[in-house]
Ligand binder design. Sequence first.
Ligand code: SF4
Length: 427
Amino acid sequence: MTARISEYRLDGIYRQRQDGFFMQRVKLAAGVISASQARAVATAATRFGQGTIHLTSRGSMEIHWLKEADLPELKNFLATVGLTSRGACGGAVRGVTCSSQGAAGFPALESMACRLHRHFTANPRFERLPKKFKIGIEADTVSRRHLIQDVGLVLAASEPSATSYDLYLAGGLGREPQPGFLFEAGVVENRIIPLIEAIARVYAAHTPAGKRLKHLIREIGEHEFRHLVALEPTATEELPPVTGLPENLVPCSETTRIVARVPAGELSSDQLTGLAGFADSFGGGILMVTADQDIAFHVSTVLDPAETEAALKLAGFGESRVTFRVCPGSHQCLVGLTPTRDVAATVIAAMGPLARSLRWAISGCPNSCTQPQLADFGIVSSSLVKDDQGQRSPRFDLYRLGSEGLGNIVDCSLTLNGLCDRVREIG
Ligand code: SF4
């Protein structure tokens, strides 16, 4: 049974904390999903789960409270609308993320993310890797999300005949946060896939099971890693140019971005169905899961902004809220140390106006799934400490983002009260 459950990972399935229940993660390239697909996810969450959907900071959707017997039918159901979970968990190339959905160059990034998603998803050559392998693609370095990927691509030049990317390598968070480094600047678009293939092959061949690419670089050094990649036949290969019609789904001309703020990334099936309806009416039938666990739309500028805002409000998403990325924590995650949604609510209650204007993130364990090292203030549930009566109480590390790189710990092992005191001090 245990062996079979671990096999589910490559199908994007994790065991939930609650015995007998599972979580299914759905991969979305650059966070993009059509309204009809979103309706299907909502239907699946109601039919197979408990009618809730969790949005992740990597632009995926997760359905919790699934029963093992329903997993094959759910997989087929999602496949009928062109959705896949293959490689969404386990040692595989995970969903290709993009936090630049509001950038002018997003259509090109979305197209590239689709190509990468198609190439590496369910490709047996890039499954059963030592651990997860994350690719992100960004319009610029502002969000610093290129620093936390195994391969982070940043648009360097975007002329139709010569699109190129700066390729960053071996970033990652978790217990040992490590910013990625610039591996090669200005890689022409047609070399991106073969070069990532070469990198992934070296990673697979030289890294112990359970370790990320950052571990390999630490062990053998950047120089040796570059040497090994250069020996790979695809390291300098250039694919034929991609021709044909554009493949981005997100409407791109004469649009403005509207965001439905989703508290803690938690949506009901009805809410997601309502947002799909909004997308059909105003957003060209397309929704985008954002890096802050919200849903964004590109709305035509010819539409009346007051009308679109009123429609979003009617769907229940008109209120502003503190930007606070929240993982499932011990509410559902097997390794979560704290009930993150409850902790986030307590922290928000302690915030003054300045704190409320900043970006926050909390992770229920040091795995740092919500990228707390990239929030203005990030909270990591670092441990559970036993008191004299044998009661376990959580401790939190507080991270602060500086002017470059990843955020650093400014306070460690805070109690919840101590954490709230620190939040009050921010103002
Ligand atoms: S940060 Fe930890 S608790 Fe939160 S989802 Fe990731 S693994 Fe689970």
